[in-house]
Design a binder for this molecule. Structure first.
Ligand code: NI
Length: 249
């Protein structure tokens, strides 16, 4: 159930049963010639919502833009500073905590966000750690899980894509967006079929030089909506299990 689709009395009723919430976090960045700009946000939201449905949990609005400075050499990419993302995560958490939410399970769709999400959690915990004695701030707990690290989803990726999966504009994430939005599937010839492989990168010009069409090591022409459906179901099962353990811990 999405917070966006609830009324305030419904949220109040939910809080009487649970203080947990899932928060999808993505990015708006290029995903090669056939991948959508919103791939990371779509994947995190879809897997979080599918997991939430299994355990009757609530899903907060998606944080749709992340740390994507290295993709700025490609039209349409947006990026925010790590310090901005830390603030956004804190505002999401503290505004929900004001109403009684205490456990925040972030479902992440973008590797570039991982370190900054961790930094935001340190700031959130630090506010309580450094509070004056007698300050009765709530006991907040935060967790992050990258949807693509779901063991069940990884098994499907190995079976379907092997070495063609790649590191960015990966077959799996493109497949998930094709399942979500079949009307936006792009029929594009990828040349070369498998993009140049993993390599270190720094800024946007460096990334564009090394990965000219935006992909890293992938052949996302192999993506299908059917595979996307399987991946979402597999990831949702693992996310739901991890969320339940987190809530019970
Ligand atoms: Ni991605």
């Amino acid at each position: 159930m999405e917070l966006d689709h609830c009324t305030w009395p419904e949220v109040g009723a939910y809080l009487k049963k649970s203080t947990g919430i899932l928060v999808p976090i993505g990015s708006t960045e290029q995903h090669g010639p056939n991948g959508l700009m919103g791939t990371d946000s779509i994947c995190s939201k879809l897997t979080a919502c599918a997991a939430a449905d299994k355990v009757n949990a609530l899903v907060a609005p998606t944080i749709p833009v992340g740390i994507a400075q290295h993709h700025m050499g490609f039209s349409g990419t947006m990026t925010i500073r790590p310090s901005t993302l830390v603030l956004l995560i804190k505002e999401w958490v503290f505004s929900l905590a004001h109403h009684g939410f205490e456990k925040f399970f972030f479902v992440n769709g973008h590797g570039g966000n991982i370190a900054t999400i961790g930094a935001a959690f340190s700031e959130i915990y630090g506010e309580r750690s450094l509070a004056a004695e007698g300050d009765n701030r709530p006991d907040l707990r935060c967790r992050q899980l990258n949807w693509w690290e779901s063991p069940a989803a990884k098994k499907i990726v190995r079976e379907l894509y092997g070495a063609n999966e790649g590191m960015h504009a990966a077959c799996s994430e493109v497949a998930v967006t094709q399942f979500a939005f079949p009307e936006h599937i792009k029929n594009v010839v990828l040349d070369p079929p498998v993009a140049p492989g993993p390599n270190r990168f720094t800024d946007a010009p460096d990334f564009r030089r090394k990965f000219p069409d935006g992909r890293i090591g992938s052949n996302p022409s192999l993506a299908t909506p059917e595979a996307g459906k399987r991946l979402v179901e597999a990831a949702a099962g693992d996310i739901a299990d991890a969320y339940t353990k987190f809530i019970e811990s």
